[in-house]
Design a protein around this ligand. Structure first.
Ligand SMILES: Cc1cc2nc3c(=O)[nH]c(=O)nc-3n(C[C@H](O)[C@H](O)[C@H](O)COP(=O)(O)OP(=O)(O)OC[C@H]3O[C@@H](n4cnc5c(N)ncnc54)[C@H](O)[C@@H]3O)c2cc1C
Length: 509
């Protein structure tokens, strides 16, 4: 693995999003002096927070998976996850509601899920689910250490025995076909393929290897920190501070000073000059390139993922809906076409409806419930004509009506839209094409084909964050911090690179 060259005693990390925080923790744990510079007044970046009228909103992620990666990040400085975070398992992980009125509770526990499937689709599908579960687990074990939590020096790094295993598992088939090899019920298939939307690709076009995302939530489980998702960056930042990391909040990096090809200092909008031996740019990718005065070397234009409108809605208490509800519209395949190709809002919306107060009632004022409704919408590359500034309030009301029709009678009439973010809001915060989900995870933007974290021509700069490897999401942003730290120090000694590869015989779709 290639690393930066020269001294790395003092590292400046730009950005205190999850990737920047993870980078700081791993570097501090490896004996580096670390300074983090963050333009906002709090840590978290996209894992953002807003307090409005007694509501404590999480403006970013709501589905927390893979708590083991959070634990590893804290363990980098010798901290226990239990001491820093009160993580509650979310049970069921989701309730999936379909346009025909049927609903399925999705459990990560095998027995509970088998029971749920038998009731929902009949015992015939249970056998398929068992095989699917084994396949997803095998896929995860093959992919995790070698393709996801891995630094690539070139596409050739892909060519390992694990690649042969991935091919043998059917990882390069199409996702919908692979899942269809296990399950016949179209609604059930959707529960294990909708995650490709997070990757910005339709299940018909996505490769089966992306089913690993379905492993993370449907098998690994979904969690929620008491105090809301903001508790995660708060905990990481507190652990980093206790480990000696210096934080400068409300301060943006405006320029990088060079001596020869090396970055020797960063300059901030508070007219400070902070010297460094190495720098990790954990910002949006294009911000990092701007600071470096470089442009990515890509033969084709980068493809951003679809965006989202998120409406945060307060209602009088009394809701009984699950923590996470997937409201699937009927026109599922058309939805991807509308979002990704046509650049129009979904004609038959599929929504993620989250009620954080189902797990932590303190997130709303007494007597109230808090909801967030996430609607995928085209990014601004595809849907520049949509004029969200004008459209957003009406769209928020439309979303509340969909929730009322499909999930909770009387919802819209009682709904108070406390806050709403649209693609134009994400763009104002500097996000590529107004999407909070960065570059889509098409095959040509994944693994060694995603913009690399070691930019060429600058011997002491590393990139971290969702625009580089491994990609978008809370677990992946945290891993990206570890991968960036590895580029500074070399891979940490004693880390287990060999998660057991399950016996893959007989688990192909
Ligand atoms: C609405 C929404 C829903 C999501 N849902 C989920 C979900 O349910 N599950 C999931 O796993 N993931 C989800 N995600 C994705 C996940 O939140 C992100 O992939 C992840 O948080 C990205 O972290 P990051 O550190 O790469 O980037 P960021 O969080 O963007 O961090 C970059 C940081 O750099 C700072 N910065 C930028 N420029 C400068 C500068 N010049 N000087 C100093 N600081 C600077 C920024 O302020 C920011 O804090 C969601 C995201 C959003 C927004």
């Amino acid at each position: 693995m290639r690393t930066v060259t020269g001294s790395t005693d003092h590292v400046v990390v730009v950005g205190a999003g999850l990737a920047g925080l993870a980078t700081a923790l791993h570097l501090a744990g490896r004996g580096r002096a670390v300074t983090v510079i963050e333009r906002e007044h709090v840590p978290g970046g996209r894992a953002g927070r807003l307090d409005i009228g007694g509501y404590r909103l999480d403006t970013g992620p709501s589905v927390l998976t893979m708590p083991g990666i959070v634990a590893d990040t804290l363990a980098a400085v010798g901290e226990d996850i239990e001491a820093r975070l009160d993580l509650q398992p979310v049970v069921p992980a989701y309730r999936a509601c379909f346009a025909d009125g049927s609903a399925l509770d999705v459990h990560s526990d095998r027995d509970a899920m088998e029971h749920s499937i038998a009731e929902f689709a009949g015992p015939g599908e249970v056998a398929g689910y068992r095989k699917l579960r084994d396949w997803l687990s095998a896929l995860y074990h093959v992919e995790f250490d070698r393709f996801i939590a891995a630094n690539f020096d070139s596409p050739l790094s892909l060519v390992t025995p694990a690649l042969a295993r991935l091919i043998a598992l059917g990882g390069f088939r199409r996702l919908d076909r692979a899942i269809g090899g296990f399950l016949t019920d179209a609604r059930l298939r959707r529960v294990f393929t909708f995650q490709s939307l997070y990757a910005g690709v339709s299940p018909q076009r996505a490769l089966a290897l992306y089913a690993v995302i379905a492993y993370m939530d449907t098998i690994g489980g979904v969690y929620f920190p008491r105090g809301g998702m903001r508790a995660l960056p708060t905990a990481l930042a507190a652990a980093a501070t206790d480990a000696g990391v210096q934080f400068h909040y409300s301060e943006a990096v405006t320029a990088l000073e060079r001596r020869g090809t090396r970055i020797s200092a960063v300059h901030t909008d508070k007219q400070k000059r902070i010297t460094c031996d190495a720098v990790v740019l954990a910002t949006e990718l294009h911000t990092a390139y701007q600071l470096l005065h470089r442009s990515p070397r890509r033969p084709v234009r980068a493809r951003p993922a679809p965006s989202a409108v998120v409406a945060h809605i307060g209602v009088p208490a009394g809701a009984t809906t699950a923590h996470h509800t997937l409201l699937f519209g009927d026109a599922w395949e058309q939805t991807f076409d509308e979002l990704i190709n046509q650049g129009v809002p979904m004609s038959d919306p599929s929504l993620l409806v989250t009620r954080p107060t189902a797990t932590d009632s303190t997130l709303a004022p007494p007597g109230h419930d808090l909801f967030s409704v996430l609607a995928p919408v085209p990014n601004l590359d595809r849907g520049a004509h949509l004029k969200w500034e004008r459209r957003a309030p009406g769209y928020g009301a439309e979303l509340a009506e969909v929730v009322e029709r499909r999930l909770m009678p009387g919802f819209a009439a009682r709904a108070e839209i406390v806050h709403l973010d649209s693609p134009e809001d994400w763009a104002r915060r500097g996000m590529l094409a107004g999407t909070p989900f960065s570059l889509a995870h098409t095959f040509s933007q994944t693994g060694p084909f995603r913009p690399a974290n070691l930019p060429r021509g600058v011997p002491n700069a590393v990139l971290a964050g969702c625009g580089t490897v491994p990609g978008v999401g809370v677990p992946t942003a945290l891993l990206s911090g570890r991968l960036a730290a590895d580029r500074i120090t070399g891979a940490a000694a004693g880390r287990d690179h060999g998660a057991p590869i399950a016996d893959i015989s007989g688990v192909r779709p």
